[in-house]
Ligand binder design. Sequence first.
Ligand code: KIV
Ligand code: ZN
Length: 509
Amino acid sequence: MENKKPFFYDITLRDGNQALKKPWNTEQKEVIFKELVKLGVQAVEVGFSGSNDMDFEACQHLAGIAPDNVVISGLARAVEKDIVKVADAIKQAAKPRIHTFIAMSSFNMKYVLKKDPMDVRKIAVDAIKYAKSLMGSKGEVQFSVEHFGDCGENISFVVDSLLECVEAGATTLNLPNTVERYRPLEFVKLIQQVKKAMPENVIISVHCHNDLGMATATTVESYFAGAGQLECCLNGLGERAGNTNMYEVAVALHNCGIDVPLNLTQIYETAILVAEMSNVPIYEKAPLIGEDALAHRSGIHQDGALKTQGMKKGAYRPIHPSLIGRDDGEKYGFTSQSGKTALYEIIKSQGYPVTVEEAIRLVPIAKEQAEKLGELPTDSIVDIYLKEIFEVEGLFKFISFKKLEAGEKENYNLKFNYKGNDYDLTEEGDGPLEACLRALASAGFEQKLVHYEQSAFGEDTKGVQADAMTVIQFATPDGKVITCRGKDPSTQKANVKAIFNGLNLIYKQ
Ligand code: KIV
Ligand code: ZN
């Protein structure tokens, strides 16, 4: 059987709002409401109009500005005064829906409602009939069995009651996991039982709280078990540990090949806005939208992430970030657990030239720092790079390099110190580079130059002069190629610095 498109029923402005430390006023609700419309949800529960005047006004206002294709719903206890208030608040909407509810778990009926089950059933049926009479042919009635997740022990009573509720006029039956206590599979089995017992045209809805952190799983699996309506909250807001997070459900279904009728690219923008407006920050490990959701810190993950960067499916991510409108991309943090890939990517991202071989060289130095300090900030990594690549310390200490006199060939004087001994050498050459290499060879430090390149380093704008950068490669007798760089405002000095950086890399003892 092919699954129908899921129907997203948003409860941010009701369940989400009622759990805020400072519930939203009309103006604030309107901001969220407009975001929901951009996201493309099919239904919005705009509030609990019976709770206070502010919420009544907000519901009324949102019903007045709602697009015609969005169902506008209001929550009411199964009591006449709440139901009539909702009907009044949402009457301007093109698609109004009264959502009434009562608990049917044995525990709740006994200890909270303190009512006999048959009386509870009657209250539900009467409330639905009353709501239906107020909605007429224009609107619909949704009924919720509060604490449905606890109804495993009296499910036959619930099923029979729900059949009467449908008879009374409810077209959507919402089955909440009001408190998440058990396995998702147990809940899903109850959903299947109700679905099987109800007429085909009745819509089964789920509303899962996240007390044990499994609300997304429960909602997703309920969809595959026949729940057509999914009640979700933006950013997973809602009572206690919140409700099912809409983004997670939408993306999970999308990844399973379901046609999700939402503008998924709106998700990230919405999440940021809701966090600001609710004063509930997005925690860094939050799936999809958290700061760390795209960060890789272990070397193995960084390597896999880089090799699959830009691909729709990533080695270590569930989606391409652009699917949810995230343009910050994958991040590579450098810690003691990280490797060359992170260093290479971080240095490159700052606009500096670097090779993988150079990144490998920097790994032990960066790791040593990270062992003490934890994740290294980008600036510290750049400092390590500038120091270790352009000022390589070692046995050679460069002192000076000067052109002596003009002749057929030019003469240059090179002074340096090696292992505490001073060298003062004069050599001729076709240019400074050749003369410097010849001087070194005459002292027993002959090098085989296999590559030479000059370019600019740094900004050359707004009066800030770029340095000259020399890149040299020496082939060592053991068959390795050493890349070394030098930078200086003078091209000649950049050359000599590159050579001495190379010597300090080659001669370790
Ligand atoms: O969690 C719940 O049971 C509810 C109902 C009122 C739908 O929010
Ligand atoms: Zn709820």
